[in-house]
Every structure is written in structure tokens, then in C-alpha cells.
Write a protein that binds this ligand. Structure first.
Ligand SMILES: [Zn+2]
Length: 462
């Protein structure tokens, strides 16, 4: 990286500061000064640009100007009047960051069911482990997930929190995610152990909502409600839904079993503020009802396969024009948060179900992982594509790697061969969170150590 325009070093020279200070101090002062002038402002030059915006198109070689965290211009030979940091992306591919749409990030501390011997199913393990989570454990789990997200190019995640044991647990979850710098929706939900006969305790949610300006991480977080649905007690489910609706929150719920969408539709719950998850065994009629009502759907192929739900109804969803987002769900059974692998899995499942090599292309799957995922969360006007006016949530891929060579058709290769290690730079809201393949805001080793300690403590309790 180097500077252009009103150079920081020139500015410091003008102040007579450069010669007086060691380089480290100049850099530190420069960062402070940058904050006064053009914070989160960059000129990315010479990148192959895959914009995911049809009006912008793709550029074999182009530049993107980012001012105050926002994409302001896309083109060739761009310059800036203001001081900006220049990133020479020659030979690299610039994409919008991935938008993840449903992830129980608190469960990451028992990744791959490691807290219990094999044989205990996912839900049983979750029920046994969940009550032992302290606010500190929530924070560590969320730091881990945020770091893993950034490392793998996910710039937005949906923190689907169904273990809110207290207000302190909720705040700890927000703080953990905040440490990573990732953009997120926090969907407040149930606490493990509270049965379907008992309404959710809304007091912590109301407290958060009332003081959201202090919890929203300068606008990077928005608030939602993780709803249990009406499969348990319909009166309690309806009550929970109404309370969350009164707060004006987007609502998300699982439709893991046959007939759930039909029951939600008949009871009048489908609407544009509702996100459905999985939609297993959904019929054409159910998907039409969902699409007509404006509800979106989140598909988590790894967990759906691993837990034996079956194949996601990709052919019907595509045929009916559903708004589809992709998701991690839980690393307890998905293993990790690799959006490249999720995309590849979706492509392969869709073609397998159609028994047609050409049923779906890589570009369509990449849409789901970016702009369509953003639309599915109702934030498509802010992120999901490289579009002037949107927030600068961007990733750079370095194709100079064994698993990507020879690098020819970028979209096809990224969907079929890309891996998190190929993500060289990650930016959220114009803040660089991964650079040269390394996290910038968090200490990866420290997070691993903290996760191991929290895991040992929880394991000793169950
Ligand atoms: Zn889930």
C-alpha cells in the first residue's frame, strides 16, 4: 500500500514532524491525522472487479474509490482530491464481501460436537451445553465466529442467538462480534432450556432496543428477533411474534420440518419481514406462498446434509423466484464458516437434483452469497455489491495460489476452487480487517487460546 493525493507523509513533513520522530510514531500520528481528514478512505487500483451489480458490470481492470467508508466511484484511472490510502490490487480480484444469513455463532465453542462423545445428537448436545454458558463464554464464542467470518471473507453475518440467558449474555454477544469489525444482525431469541410453554423474556430485548444507539456498533449492527415459530405452543408462539412485531423488528424462524411453511401461511405469519430457514420438503404451493408474501429463505447446505434433513429444495426455490441467502447455521455440525465451500455445495446439490450439469451456474450461486443474501436480510440497499453509494464491504482474492492456478474464469474458479486462505484483504465499512492474509483487528492466536479455555470450562460442566 502507498499513499496518493494529499500525502500523509508530505503533510507531516509540512508540519516538520517526519524528521523528529521514529517511523512507528509517525505512522501512529498519521493514523490519528487520517481520522481528522478522510477516515476509511481508499483508492483500490488495478483490480479485476466482479461487482455483482448489473449496472456496474465486471471490469477486467479497474479502480474503486472509497470515501468515508462508502463506495463513491468505480472506473478506470480514478484519482482523488483528498488524501486516500492507495491499494494496488494488480493481479487480484475484488468482490463484495460475503453475506451470511443465519448462524448460531454462540455454538462455535462446541465445534464438530467436540464437547460430548460421538453419539449425542446436535440438539441434545446443545440442550445440555447451553445452560452452562456464561456471558464470558458468549463473548469468546462470538469473537471466534467474528474472526472466522472475517478470515473467510464474510463481511456480514446473522448472529442468530437462541441462548439469551440474561441481558448480560446479550451484551456480551454483541461485544464479541464487535471485536471482529464484521457487520451483523443480532437476532435476539430464546434461552436453551426454556420450553415452548413459556414465553420469551422480552425485558432484555426491550432494554437493548431502547438504547440501541449505544449497542449498534456505530450502525454496523441491526436488531432482529429469532422466533421459535408456532410448532410448539401456538398461543405462546403467536404472543412472541406479536411482541417482536410491536418492536418493529425483522423476524426469523426455522422451517426445518415438512409442512411448517404451510402452517405459518395459514396462520397469517408470512410477510416481507419474515426470514424462513431451511424450508425442508417445501411444496410448490408453500414456496409460492412464501414468495408472494415477500418472505426470504436461508439455506444451510452443510447442516441440512449433516443432520439428515435432506436436500434443500433448490430447484423449486429457483423456479419460483425465491430470494435465497446462504448460511453457516452452526459450526457444531457444519464444521466451519467457509462460504466458498457453501457455494460449491449449493452448485453441486442443485445440479445433482436436476441431474443436469448445467442447471445452475457459478454466477447465480455467487449472487446468493452476496447481493441476494443482502436482499434476503433487507439490507440490499447498503451492501452486497460494488455499487456507488453502498458501504465498502469488500474482499480481495489473491489468485496466486496452488489451489487456484491456472486462474482463468474468475467466477467459476472462485465458486468451485476458492478457499478462505485465498482471501488476502477484507474491508468492512471501509475498515481493513484482514490484510496480506492476516487479521488486523484481532489476535488470532489469542482468540484460539480463549476459545480453548472456554471449551475446557464448559466441557468440565457436562
Ligand atoms: Zn439454525
Amino acid at each position: 500500500m502507498y499513499k496518493s493525493g494529499f500525502g500523509r507523509r508530505e503533510f507531516l513533513k509540512g508540519m516538520g514532524l517526519v524528521s523528529l520522530m521514529p517511523l512507528g510514531m509517525v505512522k501512529a500520528l498519521g493514523n490519528q491525522l487520517q481520522g481528522q481528514f478522510t477516515s476509511n478512505s481508499f483508492l483500490i487500483i488495478n483490480a479485476q472487479i466482479i461487482s455483482m451489480d448489473k449496472s456496474v458490470g465486471n471490469l477486467k481492470r479497474g479502480d474503486v474509490l472509497i470515501e468515508n467508508g462508502q463506495i463513491s466511484r468505480i472506473g478506470n484511472g480514478l484519482t482523488s482530491e483528498k488524501e486516500v490510502e492507495v491499494i494496488d490490487a494488480k493481479g487480484k480480484v475484488l468482490l463484495p464481501g460475503f453475506v451470511e444469513t443465519h448462524w448460531h455463532i454462540w455454538t462455535g465453542l462446541f465445534r464438530s460436537m467436540s464437547v460430548k462423545p460421538p453419539g449425542n445428537g446436535y440438539f441434545e448436545t446443545q440442550q445440555e451445553v447451553g445452560p452452562h454458558f456464561t456471558p464470558d463464554d458468549m463473548k469468546v464464542a462470538c469473537e471466534l465466529a467474528g474472526a472466522e467470518a472475517i478470515d473467510s471473507g464474510i463481511t456480514t453475518l446473522h448472529n442468530w442467538c437462541h441462548n439469551v440467558r440474561s441481558f448480560e449474555h446479550a451484551v456480551a454477544s454483541l461485544e464479541g462480534v464487535e471485536a471482529s469489525g464484521v457487520r451483523a444482525r443480532y437476532s435476539f431469541g430464546n434461552a436453551v432450556g426454556r420450553g415452548s410453554e413459556e414465553a420469551i423474556d422480552f425485558a432484555p430485548l426491550e432494554k437493548l432496543k431502547a438504547d440501541w444507539d449505544n449497542y449498534n456498533n456505530s450502525g454496523l449492527f441491526d436488531l432482529g428477533f429469532a422466533w421459535r415459530g408456532i410448532e410448539g405452543n401456538i398461543e405462546i408462539g403467536t404472543y412472541d411474534y406479536q411482541r417482536a412485531s410491536e418492536l418493529g423488528l425483522p423476524i426469523t424462524t426455522h422451517a426445518s420440518r415438512e409442512g411448517v411453511i404451510a402452517r405459518l401461511s395459514k396462520a397469517g405469519f408470512l410477510n416481507e419481514k419474515l426470514q424462513l430457514i431451511h424450508g425442508m420438503q417445501a411444496t410448490d404451493w408453500e414456496i409460492e406462498a412464501m414468495v408472494d408474501a415477500g418472505s426470504s429463505i436461508s439455506i444451510s447446505p452443510f447442516s441440512e446434509l449433516r443432520i439428515g434433513y435432506g436436500f434443500p429444495e433448490m430447484l423449486k426455490l429457483l423456479d419460483k423466484g425465491a430470494t435465497i441467502g446462504l448460511s453457516v447455521d452452526t459450526t457444531t455440525i457444519s464444521g466451519n464458516a467457509d462460504m466458498f465451500a457453501i457455494m460449491k455445495n449449493i452448485l453441486n446439490i442443485t445440479n445433482a437434483m436436476a441431474q443436469d450439469e448445467f442447471q445452475i451456474g457459478a454466477e447465480r450461486v455467487l449472487e446468493m452469497a452476496t447481493i441476494e443474501g443482502a436482499r434476503s436480510l433487507g439490507i440490499g440497499d447498503r451492501v452486497g455489491s460494488i455499487t456507488p453509494g453502498k458501504q465498502a464491504d469488500l474482499i480481495l482474492i489473491d489468485p496466486n495460489a496452488l489451489n487456484l492456478a491456472p486462474f482463468t474464469s474468475a467466477v467459476d474458479i472462485l465458486v468451485e476452487a476458492g478457499q478462505p486462505r485465498n482471501v488476502s484483504m477484507v474491508m468492512v465499512n471501509g475498515e481493513i480487517l484482514k490484510k496480506d492474509g492476516r487479521l488486523q483487528k484481532q489476535d488470532a492466536q489469542d482468540i484460539v487460546n480463549k476459545a480453548n479455555s472456554a471449551f475446557e470450562r464448559i466441557k468440565s460442566k457436562v
